[in-house]
Design a protein around this ligand. Structure first.
Ligand SMILES: [Zn+2]
Length: 367
């Protein structure tokens, strides 16, 4: 063993401290971590239309699980892009029809109806959890992806609309049983409506907190699977970008989301900054990023990464190419270290938007 001179360790403490600082200093993107420039949806449609990702300036795709296949994966790699995959999490459409025990139950003890086009699920249903875990394992085993982005990460509700649908769920026997364990006491009443009434009247804060633990448990559980199979893959979340007080605090109260808690588990936060849908100005994406930075300290610590998704889609409203350019720039403000838009379809519908994206990805956002 090599013998070192017998210096006192204290001699080196200031230097060691400086080296430690240098190693841990915030670096959301160094030479090895370029600014992420992506497209969300089914980016293969751009390839089919004759475009190439590299010539568009892209370095990442955010592809829906259903659009991921071997040809797309291999082509994307050849064009120098990272492959991030959207993973639908608490969406139960189809599943709840075949498994009625997983249907979210409202305070009347009835199946909560679909919320517009969205149908959620009971997040504590063990069969559904096993179903999603199996899907995730299969996906990760087949494809060496750079990250998994959990989508539909909320209790049953509809927030992707100018007129949100915000039901109270889930009061199925399994949920109220688990909540009783959490409370450490029996929930009075026999049927679901009685239990729901008692919970909402006597244990509302605890109920909301418990629902949040269930949601965070999904993120932790999915993250464990990702790290087990693909240790280098990132875990990201697409989530509703309401501020906590919006819609009578529905972000936490109904959706079950606590942004700070979520940011403590997920490695990438991708707030859905659909400005037109939410009737916000083009400056709003940048304002939200600043709020998220303030909440999480991401700009100082480098964690979590912030990669917003902005609206290019013409529904609701019409997004002009110039408006699209402005929200891309706004959402890219530091400490954001990546950006993407919703979605490939809107680009193909208006080739001017493709030119806008290409100019940004080769120009101002080429960092
Ligand atoms: Zn339930």
């Amino acid at each position: 063993m090599k013998k070192y001179p017998d210096y006192k360790i204290t001699t080196f403490l200031p230097a060691i401290f400086l080296i430690f600082l240098a190693c841990t200093a915030p670096s959301q993107r160094g030479p090895e971590q370029p600014f992420i420039k992506g497209v969300y949806g089914n980016p293969g449609s751009l390839l089919k239309a004759g475009y190439a990702f590299d010539s568009l300036g892209m370095n990442a795709v955010f592809v829906r699980s259903i659009s991921l296949n071997r040809v797309f994966y291999d082509t994307t790699r050849l064009q120098g892009c990272k492959v991030f995959v959207e993973f639908p999490t608490l969406i139960g459409r189809g599943y709840v029809d075949a498994h009625p025990d997983a249907w979210p139950v409202d305070e009347k003890g009835e199946q909560s109806p679909p919320a517009d086009w969205f149908m959620g699920v009971c997040p504590t249903n063990p069969g559904f959890r096993a179903f999603r875990e199996k899907q995730l394992r299969e996906l990760l085993t087949e494809f060496a992806v750079d990250g998994i982005f959990l989508d539909y990460l909320h209790w049953h509700a509809q927030f992707e609309s100018t007129d949100p649908i915000l039901p109270e769920t889930c009061f199925c026997d399994h949920c109220t049983g688990l909540f009783a364990d959490y409370l450490g006491k029996n929930i009075p009443g026999e049927a679901a409506p009685e239990k729901a009434a008692w919970i909402l009247e006597h244990a509302d804060p605890q109920w909301r907190a418990w629902r949040n633990t269930i949601l965070n448990g999904w993120v932790s559980g999915m993250k464990e699977i990702v790290k087990e199979i693909r240790p280098d893959a990132l875990v990201g979340v697409y989530y509703c970008a309401w501020y906590p007080a919006d819609h009578d605090s529905a972000l936490f109260r109904i959706l079950g989301i606590d942004v700070a808690g979520l940011a403590g588990i997920a490695e990438v936060m991708s707030p859905m900054l659909f400005h037109k849908m939410k009737d916000h100005p083009v400056e709003w994406p940048g304002e939200y990023v600043a709020w998220l930075d303030h909440l999480t300290g991401a700009g100082t610590t480098g964690k979590p990464l912030i990669w917003p998704i902005v609206q290019a889609h013409n529904q609701p409203g019409v997004i002009s190419p110039e408006e699209f350019r402005q929200v891309m720039l706004s959402g890219s403000k530091p400490p954001a270290s990546g950006i993407m838009m919703f979605s490939d379809v809107s680009l193909l519908q208006d080739p001017e938007k493709i030119e806008v994206m290409k100019a940004l990805y080769h120009g101002e956002l080429n960092k």
